[in-house]
Design a protein around this ligand. Structure first.
Ligand code: PLP
Length: 491
């Protein structure tokens, strides 16, 4: 399988090259030249299905290497369920696909547990013997998922910067207690934007580049637009469908909808690839929170980022530019790279672009979209708990709320659950019990008591774990800090 740029501004590359490079050097995202069809995939384990799906996309990886990556990523140490992704029926017409059984209790684990192994394997295939230094700026959740994914990965180190007083107590503890010989966690006195701007400067620093070259090191990112993060997400669409068939909830070949709480458009795009590969999906339902750029886009054809940015209870969906949409537009225009480039230029220059009617019609055949306000998120968590006893997190609740409103045409809908309710415990506790507390650990205990659901193991022992990372720096000390940390790396 070859990969090319959504803007046709780069040579075609192998999967290993696409993963090692991340994004296309002059802008654009790597996409597979064709979408492979797969035969019957029902009945296998998560690992078997992963081997089939991933081999179709990573055709330049030896099968033994793919198997190794899968086994390293998905096992009893990393995931708390043998199924890796559990599918829980709520009633005859709705199920929840739980993507949060990994080491940090959120959906990003599914991709970030395996992507570092792909990167290590890609470096071998491309005979790149440099040491990779992953730089991450995080507002909380992505940092921990990246740390867990990259820790102890050969030939790779990871440095995470987070805003000193800008993350929750639990998020902070999750990061500062990370073990592994190659992990570095640094608190920056400033907010998330300061961290992100600081990291951008590090990537652009000439002085650091010279220092890195001297040490045979190279910077990279764990960005969600890397193909190595996207393709593992295709797998759970197949396994979840197969689980429903196996349990007799749907018949083999029967169409279903997937309803996905969306931010960067990665999760739902993986669903599109599954559909294009032959999985019987009727509609992909794209659920947004108050940051409703995508809902407006699918309704009007106009993508408009000139609007107020809202901080919501579902922070991982607080996004105005959904990077992975570019891959979807590339498919929906029949691989019209010129059109995709023009839209991207317009987005850069004016913050907007407008899709043509043919593209809009094609998108409407695949996607239904909508958005949900904050009050409805809370009432949905509350109502679902009363109705089925199931506890939704604030992101999943956005999808569940939209699912109520959309005409499913009598089909079964699988709601994508992207975080454990324990991850956003204060909002969840207030929704299911009307109780408020500023003590996050107390909120965990209360939810467990009220729901009977055990606290996620990623969070339950956290208070007793040893704190290993205590460095706090000023924003202008980021470069010096990286230099110091490079001293400790011996490639
Ligand atoms: C990242 C994330 C999302 C959004 O997923 P995208 O692939 O960016 O659309 C939704 N919920 C949670 C909890 C997340 O961490």
């Amino acid at each position: 399988m070859r990969y090319l740029s959504t803007r046709h501004n780069y040579d075609t590359v192998t999967a290993a090259q696409a993963i090692a490079l991340g994004m296309v050097p002059d802008g654009g995202l790597f996409v597979p030249a064709t979408i492979p069809a797969v035969q019957e995939l029902s009945g296998g384990t998560y690992h078997e299905t992963a081997r089939t799906v991933l081999a179709a996309y990573l055709s330049d990886f030896p099968p033994a290497s793919i198997r190794y990556c899968i086994d390293q990523a998905y096992n009893a140490d990393t995931f708390d369920t043998d199924a890796i992704v559990n599918v829980v029926p709520l009633d005859g017409k709705r199920s929840v696909m739980e993507l949060w059984h990994g080491p940090t209790a959120a959906f990003k684990d599914v991709a970030l547990q395996i992507m570092p192994h792909f990167l290590a394997a890609s470096k071998k295939t491309t005979t790149d013997n440099s040491h990779t230094v992953i730089l991450v700026a995080t507002s909380g959740d992505t940092g921990k998922a990246a740390l867990e994914g990259f820790k102890n990965c050969e030939g790779i180190s990871i440095i995470v910067f987070y805003p000193h007083n800008g993350v929750s107590e639990i998020q902070k503890l999750q990061m500062t207690t990370t073990d592994g010989s190659n992990t570095h966690v640094v608190a920056v006195r400033g907010n998330f934007d300061d961290c992100q701007n600081g990291v951008k400067k590090l990537f652009g620093s000439q002085a650091l580049r010279a220092e890195l070259a001297l040490r045979n090191c190279r910077f990279s990112s764990a960005n969600s637009i890397n193909w190595g993060r996207l393709c593992p997400q295709i797998v759970y669409y197949f396994t979840s469908y197969a689980a429903l068939v196996k349990n007799g909830i749907i018949g083999a070949g029967e169409k279903v909808n997937f309803c996905v709480p969306t931010g960067n458009f990665g999760n739902i795009l993986a669903g599109f690839y599954a559909l294009a590969m032959g999985l019987p999906i009727a509609k992909l339902i794209c659920a947004s929170n108050k940051n409703n750029v995508l809902a407006d886009f699918f309704a009007t054809g106009r993508y408009d980022t000139n609007r107020t940015f809202h901080r919501t209870m579902s922070p991982s969906m607080d996004i105005l530019i959904s990077s992975n949409l570019e891959r979807f537009l590339y498919e929906m225009t029949g691989h019209d790279a010129e059109q995709v480039s023009a839209w991207n230029r317009s987005l850069q220059e004016t913050g907007t672009f407008e899709a043509d009617s043919a593209t809009r019609a094609r998108m409407a055949g695949v996607i239904e979209a909508g958005w949900v306000d904050e009050a409805e998120v809370l009432s949905t968590i509350s109502n679902e708990f009363k109705r089925s006893g199931y506890v939704l997190d604030t992101h999943t609740a956005v999808a569940a709320a939209l699912c109520e409103r959309i005409d499913a045409r009598g089909l079964h809908t699988i709601i994508s659950s992207t975080a454990s309710p324990y991850k956003f415990s204060q909002h969840v506790l207030s929704a299911i019990a009307g109780e408020t507390t500023t003590d996050e650990f107390f909120a965990l205990q209360r939810i467990a008591r009220i729901s009977g659901m055990p606290v996620h193991r990623a969070l339950s022992g956290l208070r007793d774990r040893e704190i290993r990372h205590t460095r706090v720096i000023a924003q202008d000390e980021m470069e010096q800090t990286v230099k110091e940390l490079l001293e400790s790396i011996d490639p």
